[in-house]
Design a binder for this molecule. Sequence first.
Ligand code: FE2
Ligand code: FE2
Length: 176
Amino acid sequence: MPVRVKYVTSVLREHHERILEALAVLDKALNAERPDPDDIAALVSFLSKFVDGCHHSVEEYVLFSEANRRGFPFEGPIYVMVSEHGVARYLVRILENLYEAWRRGDESAYRDLVDYARLYADHISQHIAKENDVLFPMLEGSVAEISPNKSVEEIEREAEHEKWLSILEELKKKYA
Ligand SMILES: [Fe+2]
Ligand SMILES: [Fe+2]
């Protein structure tokens, strides 16, 4: 089914808002006087399941690759964005390892967890700004419609999009 690029980018911009909220909550959770391990685990999982499993999948399977098929070049901004997804995935692996080390009693791992969470937040915030302000407007201006194999909604359903949004809502209230 053909879908308008502007529709897909509007969904992705909405995801970006939620991702930035999750990063703000993660920062508060990590810097709390008595950090709650369950909340931190949930937020690190959010980065793996929602950001990587859902959001980056929609960008890579639906928007970027289909725009490439319609003649939008791979070299340039799409190449940069896909590379940055790889860096984000790598940083989440580190966060997962540091979290496990901290839970096993390695106190110094906590400081590293805080540092790497900042690095991740800086990386993804800059990445989102590039997509919102540069790549998405370019795609919106040069490709009207795409015909992806999977719809945005299917990917969201498979990645339990709604579940992760409600987890985020609860944590936003707790750390408001
Ligand atoms: Fe992206
Ligand atoms: Fe994005």
